[in-house]
Design a protein around this ligand. Structure first.
Ligand SMILES: Nc1ncnc2c1ncn2[C@@H]1O[C@H](COP(=O)(O)OP(=O)(O)O)[C@@H](O)[C@H]1O
Ligand SMILES: [Mg+2]
Length: 329
């Protein structure tokens, strides 16, 4: 395990992201998140009252792109929106964050949506309607291959059809563009072609355990587990590099033979929705700026902790000035 850099160094790295020439491509999903808060979740057939409806910009890829762009990275997003009012809403929010959405596909029908219910304990139910996200196909990706090949790094998640995700990875891999894959929403069997054409895996602790067939520590103490053995299992699985996020406990970076424990950054957490995506967006930005995976994760630890202090996903992301201010840096 290697050491943690100090806060001043983290913020000088974060400050450097805006001057990186190298860009990021993100391929994937955008969703309008329809969110209500209830005392308790309804049973089947039951109606319960909720607080006011909030419609917030989301979708894992949109979130990852927004997070990276807000901290200064150059980001282009490939994905699809529908022909409803959410299309302009989603694109407008991404543009405000600084994401280049000029290559996003417009298709008939509704944009991607999620219907989210959150109870008074923070427990939730989420229903995902892919809408336009389902129409991101191989032809569209091939037509926009230059967006990927002109980037330094590509970010992928699994909210889009797998053939398009795999094609994106192949195009990037052939062009020497680094590929970061987020196995989320989780699928237990990552296609061999995706593994072969990607460089770095990013998963949370639950996704990692399921993917590698490991049992989670009963006491929730991830510091008690043998990370060197996990690193070696990850290598056998096909990844020399990986990031495992541990919620409020921070994260672990596997980079070849090195295992680095990244401490959590303490904040008064309000809503951790979208923290994983914020973390991933920052890793993408850090890699584009030429940082090692470990350094990028140290910066991501601060950026994603900031995201825990506000409601929603994209709505909770900060720019460099706001993040500096929160941490008095
Ligand atoms: N309560 C929290 N306090 C501080 N940082 C947090 C908190 N929750 C999440 N984070 C940060 O966000 C990262 C991603 O969160 P995590 O819950 O692991 O992802 P996911 O949303 O995919 O489950 C964590 O590694 C951590 O750096
Ligand atoms: Mg989590």
């Amino acid at each position: 395990m290697t050491g943690t850099i100090d806060r001043a160094e983290v913020f000088s790295l974060l400050e450097s992201f805006a001057s990186a020439d190298a860009g990021i491509a993100v391929v994937g999903s955008m969703n309008a998140d329809y969110t209500v808060t209830t005392e308790r979740l309804p049973q089947p057939g039951e109606t319960v009252n909720a607080g006011p409806l909030r419609v917030l910009p989301g979708g894992k890829s949109g979130n990852q792109a927004a997070s990276a762009a807000k901290i200064g990275a150059k980001v282009r997003l490939l994905g699809a929106v529908g022909q409803d009012s959410n299309a302009e809403f989603l694109l407008g929010e991404l543009r405000k964050a600084g994401v280049d959405v000029s290559d996003v596909l417009h298709v008939p029908g509704p944009s991607g949506t999620t219907v989210i219910t959150v109870d008074s304990h923070g427990e939730n139910t989420i229903v995902y309607s892919p809408g336009s996200n389902a129409q991101v196909d191989v032809d569209y990706i091939r037509d926009h291959a230059s967006v990927i090949t002109n980037a330094a790094v590509l970010g992928l998640c699994l909210e889009s059809p797998l053939p398009a995700v795999i094609e994106s990875a192949k195009i990037a891999h052939e062009a020497g563009v680094k590929v970061l894959v987020n196995d989320s929403p989780f699928i237990p069997k990552l296609p061999a072609e995706l593994i072969a054409n990607s460089d770095i895996l990013l998963v949370n602790e639950h996704e990692m355990s399921q993917l590698l067939g490991l049992s989670e520590p009963e006491d929730g103490d991830w510091d008690g587990v043998d990370w060197t053995a996990i690193a070696s299992t990850l290598h056998d699985f096909g990844y020399e590099q990986a990031v495992i996020t541990l919620g409020g406990d921070g994260s672990v970076v596997v980079d070849g033979d090195q295992v680095e424990r990244i401490s959590p950054v303490r904040v008064d957490a309000v809503d951790t929705t979208g923290c994983g995506d914020s973390f991933m967006g920052t890793i993408l930005a850090g890699l584009a700026a030429g940082l090692t995976l470990g350094r990028a994760a140290q910066v991501a630890s601060y950026v994603s902790a900031y995201a825990a202090t506000g409601a929603g996903a994209q709505a909770s992301y900060g720019d460099v000035r706001q993040i500096r201010e929160l941490f008095g840096a």
